[in-house]
Write a protein that binds this ligand. Structure first.
Ligand code: FES
Ligand SMILES: [Fe+2]
Length: 360
């Protein structure tokens, strides 16, 4: 790394973030084919618990079956296409609000009113369309591509690395989440998250409250489309809480999810859901033992939301506007040979993965 050719790598052209065609290509070739975060397993603890969500234009739900398994289905009735479930809750059967067809928790049609004597009607052959699902460190991921490689092959070694940093991560439970609109393309938000060149400029509180900036680095994890952020914990007066224990680690799983282990094992997540070419919803999740939010955790959540999280919202909105400017000529990336907090190697990786996904 760090030769002169690399120093001249330029940022992606504005159209990657503003053109409808690129957005549609990312939808079809990337989001419809990659592992997408659904929710933490602890959000559907009991039989019949469900939670709905979307991957761009595709509505889905995860539900806990009678056998204890979590499954994911497209949220669409196999009769004439009405949505089945809304929000989150618990149910004995999945019942369509249109003509009351009902489905078992494993997706099989249970009853379709007044079809018993219908010639040729084969209810046993009707089932909701299931989506691939995996549980990764306690987090549910789904993939709309039936041919998708398992997560362990997509992100080789990453789960082991997370477990090495936070051995009891699977014992965490969902504690709190907040989300908001980001007025930018999803890739603007993801890039902003994955570089810390701006941290000292824009995030003084994070830089003094959670991490030791001198030790910060972001690099691709082996052959996986994963960016690993590492840093020593910030200790002393300015730390937000008792940061003794583990270091800081964050694992960004391309294209739109990141798992963060704050020092001492405080687990939290970011995920991004594209809404349109210039709108993204960002979700910030926090996890604790038993799902309890004690005062010290609430203080960290509030501090993070009021500083780092909010500071980034302003940045990405202005960048999106700039990327649509006729005057924008993509600049050279700052690829510091020593890597570290002031390098944009991670951005070069994201651009490589984006090009691979959408360029013909
Ligand atoms: S569309 Fe669901 S029962 Fe008719
Ligand atoms: Fe930031």
């Amino acid at each position: 790394m760090g030769d002169t050719a690399e120093v001249q790598v330029r940022a992606l052209a504005g159209r990657y973030y503003t053109a409808l065609e690129v957005y549609a290509q990312a939808r079809d070739r990337l989001f419809h084919r990659s592992w997408q975060f659904a929710c933490h397993l602890s959000r559907i603890p009991e039989t019949g618990d469900y939670l709905t969500f979307s991957v761009l234009d595709q509505d889905l739900f995860v539900i806990r079956g009678r056998d204890g398994e979590a499954r994911c289905f497209f949220n669409v009735c196999q009769h004439r296409g009405h949505a089945l479930l809304e929000g989150a809750g618990r149910t004995r059967l999945v019942v369509c609000p249109y003509h009351a067809w009902s489905y078992n928790l494993d997706g099989k049609l249970r009853n379709a009113p007044r079809t018993r004597n219908l010639p040729g009607f084969d209810g046993a052959a009707i089932c909701l369309t299931e989506v691939k699902l995996e549980v990764f460190c306690g987090f549910i991921f789904v993939n709309l591509d039936p041919q998708a490689l398992p997560m362990a092959k997509t992100f080789p070694g990453v789960e082991q690395e997370i477990l090495a940093l936070c051995p009891d991560i699977e014992e965490r439970a969902f504690a709190q989440e907040h989300d908001t609109q980001e007025y930018c393309n999803w890739l603007v938000a993801v890039e902003n998250y994955n570089e810390c060149y701006h941290c000292k400029v824009v995030h003084p509180t994070f830089a003094s409250g959670v991490i030791d900036t001198k030790s910060y680095n972001i690099r691709a994890f082996g052959t996986a489309k994963c960016l690993q952020h590492t840093a020593k914990a910030q200790v002393g007066e300015t730390a937000w809480y008792d940061t003794s224990g583990s270091d800081y680690g964050s694992f960004f799983l391309w294209p739109s999810f990141s798992l963060q282990i704050y020092p001492s094992g405080l687990v939290n997540t970011y995920h991004w859901r594209p809404i349109s070419v210039a709108d993204t919803r960002v979700y910030r999740g926090w996890y604790s033992r038993d799902g309890v939010v004690d005062d010290s955790l609430q203080k960290v959540i509030d501090l993070d939301r009021d500083t780092t999280f909010s500071e980034d919202l302003e940045l990405v909105k202005r960048v999106q506007r700039g990327l649509g400017s006729m005057g924008y000529r993509p600049g050279p990336l700052v690829l510091n040979p020593d890597e570290g907090i002031d390098s944009e190697h991670s951005i070069a990786k994201l651009h490589e993965w984006m090009r691979e996904a959408v360029d013909v």
